[in-house]
Design a protein around this ligand. Structure first.
Ligand code: G3P
Length: 217
């Protein structure tokens, strides 16, 4: 499973990247706002840190302007994936940009029907928003499962990028179902290492070790 980091915080990206945990990065207008930095400048820096796909999102609402913005963003680096929303205009932009060889991430997906359209429009990635579905008592994991089944039924190569990940369980569930990629905040990726029994076990080992009076070095 590929891990993308859902942030524009370059220090956090560097830290995870050094551990080999970063296969790509996703950003969106909210994350750019949170970074307090210029979109072109911060995205360029991210592309220099990470070799894999870095999603940069358009903000226009009509296809023509999305395509213009997408082409501009794609000039930042060869690993840019242009992110477009799952609207009819977004699908038009997806088709145009993917036909010209750009990676495209279709975002804000909430139904399997939308995901099917994105695959037909040539999306490289489809981003179903798990957490936001859970927020309104819809089943985000069922959506991932449905998209997996549909894509596999017809051999679509669009990668399922489970997004709006809020918990470690979201990641393990998405992995079990067969999502190709997850994108999660750095804090959730780091939380994957934590377990209360690991902490408790370590505490016991340290206490027993102290009783031996030994040193390894
Ligand atoms: O990748 C999408 C993500 O940034 C949205 O997450 O937590 O704002 O729903 P969230």
């Amino acid at each position: 499973m590929k891990f993308f980091v859902d942030t524009a915080d370059t220090a956090a990206i560097r830290e995870l990247n050094e551990l080999g945990m970063v296969d790509g990065v996703t950003t969106n207008p909210s994350l750019i706002m949170k970074s307090g930095r210029d979109i072109l400048e911060v995205t360029k820096e991210i592309c220099e840190i990470v070799a894999g796909p870095v999603s940069a999102e358009v903000v226009a609402s009509d296809a023509e302007d999305m395509i213009r913005e997408g082409k501009h963003l794609a000039k930042i680096a060869s690993n840019i994936a242009v992110k477009v929303p799952l609207t009819w205009d977004g699908l038009k932009a997806c088709k145009a940009l993917s036909s010209e060889g750009h990676m495209v991430n279709v975002t804000l997906c909430f139904t399997a029907a939308q995901a099917l359209l994105a695959a037909k429009a040539g999306a490289t990635f489809i981003s179903p928003f798990i957490g936001r579905m859970d927020d309104i008592n819809l089943d985000g994991m069922q959506l991932i499962e449905d998209i997996r089944t549909i894509y596999d039924n017809y051999g679509y190569t669009t990668q399922i990028l489970a997004a709006s990940i809020r918990s470690v369980n979201h990641i393990t569930d998405a992995a079990r179902i067969g999502a190709d990629v997850i994108t999660a905040p750095p804090s959730v990726i780091k939380a994957m290492a934590s377990h209360v029994l690991t902490d408790k076990g370590l505490e016991q080992f340290n206490a027993d070790w102290a009783k031996t009076g030994q040193k390894i070095l």
